[in-house]
Write a protein that binds this ligand. Structure first.
Ligand code: NAD
Length: 292
C-alpha cells in the first residue's frame, strides 16, 4: 500500500507557483490578488479562510479578507461583489459558504464575474467543465485529479465509484473522471443516499472516491483488494492521544481499508492540502486571464 501524500504534492505545486509569481514580480508587475468574503463567525469557515490566506502568502499571492457580520443584507453583499467584479486589481473572488439563511447562496454565486470565480461554482464555469472547455475546476475535484496525475494512477477504463453527489465534490469529480481525457475515461458510478446495495457496487470498484460526510463510513468489507481509495471527508473528533484533545479523521476507516488497497489518501495530509493549492492555481489562471 502506498500513501497518496497530498501534503507533499501540494508543497511541490506551491514551489512551482511561487517561482512563477516571483517571475512576474521581478518583471515589475503586480502579484496575483485573491479576495475571500467571510460572513459571520462560523469557526470552521474562519479556519478554512485562514489556511487559504496563509497559503496565498507562502506563494506570493496577495490575499485580502472582506469580513462582514452575519447581519449583512443580501443587497449589501451583492453590492460588495459588484465592487470586486469591477476592480481590475483583483483577480479571484471566493465567498466562503455556508452563508446565513437570509442570503441566497445561488444569487451570490451567480453574481460573481465568472472570470473571477476561482472556486468554479458559477453555473457558467460548471457548464464549461461539463463541455471540457477552459474553465476553473472547483478546488477539491481539481486537487483529486492532480493527485491521481502526479502518482501516475491510470483511470482509463477503470471502474470508479464516487460516493456522494454534492455540487462541490461528488458531482464534478464524477464528470471529470468520465470525460474523454488523460486522467478520465473511467466508467463512473455516482452513488448517494438513495443508492441500493452500495457495498456490492463498491466491491467492484478499482477507484473509490468517498465524499459522504460520515466518519469512517467506508469500511474494509466494501473495498476490493488493490483498489485506490481517495478520502475527501474531514471530521474533527475527540482524542486523548493528541495535545489539543482532537484529531481529524475522514470518511474512510483508514486503519482497516489501508491494509487492502494499493493507494490511499490519509486524513489529514491527503485531499485537504490539494484543495487549497488548487485554489492557488486557479487564482494564477485568473491572473493570466486564461478563463474568459
Ligand atoms: P454533502 O453533505 O454536501 O454531500 C454528502 C453526499 O453524501 C450527499 O450527496 C449524500 O447523498 C451522500 N450520502 C449521504 N449518506 C449516504 C449514504 N448512506 N450512502 C451513500 N451516500 C450518502 O458533502 P460534501 O460537501 O460533498 O462533503 C463531504 C465530506 O467531504 C465532508 O466531510 C466535508 O467536510 C468534506 N470536504 C472536504 C474537502 C477537502 O478539501 N478535503 C472539501 C469539501 C468537503
Amino acid at each position: 500500500m502506498e500513501i497518496l501524500d497530498g501534503r507533499q504534492i501540494s508543497l511541490d505545486i506551491k514551489e512551482e507557483i511561487k517561482k512563477e509569481v516571483a517571475g512576474y514580480i521581478d518583471k515589475g508587475v503586480r502579484a496575483p490578488h485573491l479576495v475571500a468574503i467571510l460572513v459571520g463567525n462560523d469557526p470552521a469557515s474562519q479556519t478554512y479562510v485562514n489556511s487559504k490566506d496563509k497559503s496565498c502568502k507562502e506563494v506570493g499571492i496577495t490575499s485580502s479578507l472582506y469580513k462582514y457580520s452575519k447581519d449583512i443584507t443580501e443587497k449589501e453583499l451583492l453590492e460588495v461583489i459588484d465592487f470586486i467584479n469591477n476592480d481590475d486589481e483583483i483577480d479571484g473572488l471566493i465567498v466562503q459558504l455556508p452563508l446565513p439563511k437570509h442570503i441566497s447562496e445561488e444569487k451570490i454565486i451567480q453574481r460573481i464575474n465568472p472570470a473571477k470565480d476561482v472556486d468554479g461554482f458559477h453555473p457558467m464555469n460548471i457548464g464549461k467543465m461539463v463541455l471540457g472547455l477552459p474553465t476553473y475546476i472547483s478546488a477539491t475535484p481539481f486537487g483529486i485529479i492532480q493527485l491521481l496525475e502526479r502518482y501516475n494512477i491510470d483511470t482509463q477504463g477503470k471502474n470508479c465509484v464516487v460516493i456522494g453527489r454534492s455540487n462541490i465534490v461528488g458531482t464534478p469529480i464524477s464528470i471529470l473522471l468520465s470525460r474523454k481525457a488523460k486522467h478520465g475515461n473511467a466508467t463512473v458510478t455516482l452513488c448517494h443516499s438513495r443508492t441500493k446495495d452500495l457495498k456490492n457496487i463498491c466491491k467492484n470498484a478499482d477507484i473509490i472516491i468517498a465524499a459522504i460526510g460520515k466518519p469512517k463510513f467506508l469500511t474494509a468489507d466494501m473495498v476490493k483488494k488493490g483498489a485506490v481509495v481517495i478520502d475527501v471527508g474531514i471530521h474533527r473528533v475527540k482524542s486523548d492521544k493528541t495535545k489539543s484533545g482532537f484529531k481529524l479523521i475522514g470518511d474512510v476507516d483508514f486503519d482497516e481499508v489501508s491494509k487492502k488497497c494499493s493507494f490511499i489518501t490519509p486524513v489529514p495530509r491527503g485531499v485537504g492540502p490539494m484543495t487549497i493549492v488548487s485554489l492557488m492555481q486557479n487564482t494564477l489562471k485568473a491572473y493570466k486571464k486564461e478563463v474568459k
